[in-house]
Design a protein around this ligand. Structure first.
Ligand SMILES: CC(C)(COP(=O)(O)OP(=O)(O)OC[C@H]1O[C@@H](n2cnc3c(N)ncnc32)[C@H](O)[C@@H]1OP(=O)(O)O)[C@@H](O)C(=O)NCCC(=O)NCCS
Length: 172
């Protein structure tokens, strides 16, 4: 997918509703959240929401980011033993990711995930990993395809150590 086809902006930078209600990913909870709830969460500073706009200024996809933490004991032992003995480590949660049905399968989901990881890696505030919640098996497969690892005790919640992203960026 060419990045020139879309621009990614904060939702609050858009005029009013700006076609938000027309957004449809095929996932009712993700659509409902975007139509009805997200602006309230932004106002309360519990989430940030980024949207991808097509050349025609249609909303083609969105994702949300918020700070989070991971309990050290929830991580696989192989990773835990390499971390300091704090009770938890800082993380960034991509709470939601959805692509409008008209734009699915064209690389935009992968591009938005890469954009979120880029923001997380380049933040001045440290985070050990990005955390995501997969709503179904298809989402689980999508995140695993992109290198995310399931938490041993809750496989639908996954994480990606941000160190692996910076290492990958160094080799590309
Ligand atoms: C899941 C979703 C975000 C994927 O976005 P998309 O734009 O359709 O996917 P892309 O075209 O960017 O695919 C990028 C890569 O992921 C792979 N991929 C896409 N969907 C996949 C799936 N369900 N399982 C495994 N791999 C998948 C593609 O094959 C592609 O691989 P490649 O880069 O090696 O060629 C999108 O289909 C969607 O919004 N679905 C409904 C909501 C949802 O399930 N959200 C997930 C968060 S809970």
């Amino acid at each position: 997918m060419s990045r020139d086809l879309f621009r990614i902006v904060l939702l609050e930078q858009l005029d009013a509703v700006c076609g938000r209600i027309a957004f449809s990913s095929g996932s009712a909870p993700l659509d409902r959240y975007f139509h009805q709830q997200v602006t309230q969460d932004i106002r309360r500073r519990v989430t940030a929401c980024f949207v991808a706009l097509s050349k025609e200024e249609q909303i083609a996809g969105y994702y949300t980011l918020a700070s989070a933490s991971i309990l050290l004991n929830d991580l696989p032992a192989t990773i835990r033993t390499k971390l300091p003995r704090y009770p938890s480590v800082p993380a960034i949660r991509m709470g939601r990711l959805a692509i409008d049905s008209n734009f699915q399968g064209q690389g935009l989901g992968g591009a938005l995930l890469a954009d979120a990881l880029h923001r997380a890696v380049h933040s001045e505030i440290a985070a050990f990993a990005m955390v995501v919640d997969a709503k179904d098996n298809s989402a689980l497969a999508f995140y695993r395809h992109h290198g995310f690892i399931s938490f041993p005790d809750s496989p639908r919640t996954l994480f990606l150590p941000l160190k692996t992203v910076t290492a990958a960026q160094r080799t590309t």
